[in-house]
Design a protein around this ligand. Sequence first.
Ligand SMILES: [Zn+2]
Length: 474
Amino acid sequence: MIAVEILAVAAAQAVGCPANFASYDVAYIGDKQFQIEAEFQNPQTEFGFWYQPTAERPEGQSESIHDLTAQDSQGRDIDIAYVGYGEWKTSQDATRIRYTLLVDHDEIEWPHGADEVGHPFGDGYYFSGTAFFIAPSKNRPPCTVDVQFHGPENWTLTAPWAVEELHGKANSFGDLQDNGFAIGPFEAVTQNVGALSITSVFDPRLAKDVRPFVSNVLDDLLPAYADYFNGKPAADYSTFHFGYSSSDGSAFERSFTLQYEWPLNMTERPMWAHVLGHETMHLWTGVIQRADHEIEWFSEGFTDYLTVKHLYREGYLDDEGLRQQIAGFVSRHQLGKRMSQGVSLRDAGQNKGQNWFLIYGSGALIALILDADLSTAEPGSFDAVMAALYADSAEPYDFDRLMAFFDERSDGRASEIFNAVDGGLRPGGVNALLAPAGIGIAGRMETTYVSFEKNCRKKRGCVPDFLAKPKRRK
Ligand SMILES: [Zn+2]
């Protein structure tokens, strides 16, 4: 998994976009080869896509590109040369490029998984757009990009773009490249909650054990999220699921991909639910737009905390599983402080990969402590704050605006908790903050013990109410 999760989606078509701004014509010509021809209204000299070098493929995904040519507006051939890092340059403005993509990606192991590159499954293909579509590197206004595929009659196209048969309309080059798509003899499954539509494609090998599980999780979580935030985002979203040598997940702008260890390891089921829950939670938390990277701890940490809270409420985690997840927040925070020494939470988002533990662990811990604090004083109050934040999401949030929002509704507690976690909390310090809410914490650097029984007089079911019961909104 790598940090491809994106700032909220800007879908609006900019005024002044020319008709036929950009179009791709993609033909499957057999033998694992696609022939791609792209035409651009605003001619360019620099083109590229994602660069992910490996030991076997020092030039990454670009090694699967063959016979690349470019033409000017008069149709004359012009020089185009690879300049490294997944980038090509033409000698003068190019209106058209043409290339063959050989689907040989599955011959090697990719550092972040096949889900970030491409993979054949079930007689068809999955790709991430950044490994398939070479696009202008600069000057990318948010204008519609058309893609027409040609392939065998029984092939379907699944992508978050506006899709009609084998034609797709992406909102922009970003939308084209920063998403997954599947093309092949697939039968997609669509689940709707209001204006939110999630379309999923499965590897046939996953039909028996994974597909029904994924459908059930989404059937349970999507309405629960909509209820929790008192609203539903309008979006077309796609998910892709295939078997692979190892499990992984990747999130793109309007899609995510899960690869499942094959043969299936059913012990991973709670993890599948967690990844599904986390990625779909982003559909709601992503509506709360970020102005910059200073609230990455919120985007990831609150998303993960709220996912765990809902997985427990919907029965995908039992008490023991919930304790493990809370222990994970505390342990990740400890590891994050050690591995990202001297990095503040506000700065950590500048390098998400490097500060992963700090961002996810500390962010989730802030959410948990704030929920415990507010909801112990007034049941349901943290949940109401989250719904209010979702409702008030029209303008992007920077750090100051977000903290002001929380502080106003928590009498300044949010800043106090943020500062305490940002400064670093040992397990004893976390315990002091959570014990009043009925959660006992103990531990060392990498090990955390969580108890719900400390102040609990019940015979069973000692999970604090703020985690256990959905609150009725007033
Ligand atoms: Zn995330």
